[in-house]
Design a protein around this ligand. Sequence first.
Ligand SMILES: C[S@@+](CC[C@H](N)C(=O)[O-])C[C@H]1O[C@@H](n2cnc3c(N)ncnc32)[C@H](O)[C@@H]1O
Length: 270
Amino acid sequence: MEMNDKYIFPDPSKHPDWITPHSPEWYSKLNSSVGAYRYPWNSTFEMPNAEMMFAEHLSSRITPDSRVLDVGCGHGDFTSIWGYKAKEVIGIDNRENFIKRAEINNNHESTKYLVVNADDELPFPDHYFDIVYTKKGPWLYKEASRILKQSGIILGLYHGGTDGGLRDLFPGLFSPLPYDPYNLDAVEERYKLYQSVGLSQVRIRLLEEVEYLSAPEDVLIKKCFGQSEELKDFVWSQCLKGVKEIFYKHATEKGIRVINYHHLITAKVG
Ligand SMILES: C[S@@+](CC[C@H](N)C(=O)[O-])C[C@H]1O[C@@H](n2cnc3c(N)ncnc32)[C@H](O)[C@@H]1O
């Protein structure tokens, strides 16, 4: 069959084995199977990518006197980069395996990792941290203003979805983005930032990250991140042939170009 613009792939999220990404069940599966939060597909990025931009924002604020909290730190790769720069760094995550992995890799005395549910009351004194951040983890709606110093700042980096043509190229496999990433009011609504207690000067910035998915299989690996082997078998058997055809028609020499929309959120106490 010749692939054309009207071909619709079967939607993997309609399959009975589909696990909603970022749901508790999805995190449990990643936690028990991989023990880390790491993207499994091959790709390259135009630099600086969103993570580097976020790191630059943090780095410019962290001094040798800073106490830093990483909320939803996963297996701690990103948290660990502040160990040499700050007085104290704490990473929290509610998934034990992620924290175990972070502890094994930890080689900074100033850094520690704790299994903590960020939705609960946090085990930290009032006005303790200079910087609280989350990279794609939970936003602290209630506790941020209590645990931050008066001069403190909270930052969040969120992945607001991938597009830049990907969704039109593979309809069915990907559905249209459910919101407009350029509409920052919609972003505020999406993350319910108005529920943040005791925070002011909430600012949102859009960061557009350019990524090249290296091979047709990477399109499917991205779609099936965190899914079961059964689901992956289904998607491969139904979609690989069509994805290959479209991929090779549209790929640059680095692969299929996509845009990851990220939102950088900053807020202060007050
Ligand atoms: C998208 S991952 C990001 C991990 C890491 N910050 C990174 O960027 O690689 C989100 C992380 O938040 C953690 N998480 C989700 N809900 C949480 C909660 N209520 N309390 C603590 N951690 C949570 C997950 O276990 C996961 O490690």
